[in-house]
Design a protein. Structure first.
Length: 91
């Protein structure tokens, strides 16, 4: 889970200013999707810091959400086209 959280932080615009995410015309809403993903990442980081052990389903769910959000962010031109960070982390 820690590797997944690091990959998300490194390869997606976590913490990016709202103005950078909102392009007015977009596919999906990168601003809302990144807000959701940031909250999930922060919640899991707190849980890990508190000693909680994630289940495989928890990791899979976060990885799936990150892959989908990565695709939307990429379609909106906010990332260079590349392979999803989550798929590399889970291989």
């Amino acid at each position: 889970m820690q590797q997944l959280l690091c990959a998300i932080r490194e390869q997606l615009p976590v913490g990016a200013p709202e103005a950078d995410l909102c392009q007015k015309i977009c596919i999906g809403c990168p601003k809302k999707l990144m807000s959701y993903l940031e909250q999930e990442v922060n919640d899991w980081q707190r849980a890990l810091d508190d000693g909680e052990t994630p289940k495989l389903g928890d990791i899979r769910q976060l990885a799936r959400a990150a892959r989908k959000i990565h695709a939307v962010i990429e379609k909106n031109g906010l990332l260079m086209p590349q392979r999803s960070p989550v798929s590399r982390t889970l291989e």
